[in-house]
Design a protein around this ligand. Structure first.
Ligand SMILES: Cc1cc2nc3c(=O)[nH]c(=O)nc-3n(C[C@H](O)[C@H](O)[C@H](O)COP(=O)(O)O)c2cc1C
Length: 186
């Protein structure tokens, strides 16, 4: 059974390390997982007044993509020790829908940062936020790509073997987790 994974990158930067990490994870996925990456750059800043006029098209598009996906894969930078604004904003919009598109969705989370901690503080805030919305995230293996500037080539290739190995293990565990969560919530 093929599991359709929706990839959500929290960085809007053209040469984002997190986008490169997401693509690398897609390439390292076991057969059975299939990644499609969405874009969140067109989502406006959350504003209740906008919502009252009707959810903007990029917001409903993301909601529909989440609903159609079997599982979610997040890669986001840490900004000032927490989740970057674009992803937090997208999640805030998603949280306004009833029924909740995130409920019981299996997910995996990874992060890349130029800092020493690999975005771990942001990643753990992200896990907390997603947990509050009913996402079933995979606990381990954890993937934090620190000192990212030295680990990705100019072409976006992740050259660090230890990180690639960890990512491969995470994707294998993610497949198993997604199947188990799908069964649990069928
Ligand atoms: C506003 C801002 C805040 C940042 N705060 C952190 C931080 O708290 N921790 C960290 O490890 N890196 C921090 N960084 C550095 C990012 O990790 C780095 O810019 C990274 O490349 C962003 O991810 P991206 O390559 O996917 O765009 C910050 C960068 C910006 C622009």
């Amino acid at each position: 059974m093929e599991i359709r994974v929706l990839g959500i990158c929290g960085s809007l930067r053209q040469k984002s390390y997190n986008m490169s990490a997401l693509k690398t994870a897609g390439a390292l996925m076991p057969a059975g997982l299939k990644l499609e990456i969405t874009a969140i750059g067109d989502i406006p800043m959350y504003n209740f007044d906008l919502q009252e006029k009707g959810f903007p098209a990029p917001v409903t598009k993301l909601r529909d993509e989440i609903l159609a996906a079997d599982a979610l894969l997040f890669a986001s930078p840490e900004n000032n020790w927490s989740v970057g604004a674009p992803l937090k904003n997208a999640i805030d919009w998603m949280s306004r829908f009833q029924p909740q598109p995130f409920v019981n969705k299996p997910a995996a989370v990874l992060s890349a940062s130029t800092g020493l901690l690999g975005g771990s503080r942001g990643q753990y805030d992200l896990r907390r936020i997603l947990g509050g919305l009913g996402v079933q995230w995979l606990a381990k293996p954890e993937v934090f790509i620190n000192l990212a500037a030295g680990k990705f080539g100019a072409d976006g290739k992740l050259n660090d073997e230890a990180a690639r190995k960890l990512m491969t293990e995470q994707m294998a565990a993610f497949q198993d987790w997604s199947v188990r969560m799908q069964r649990a919530f069928a």
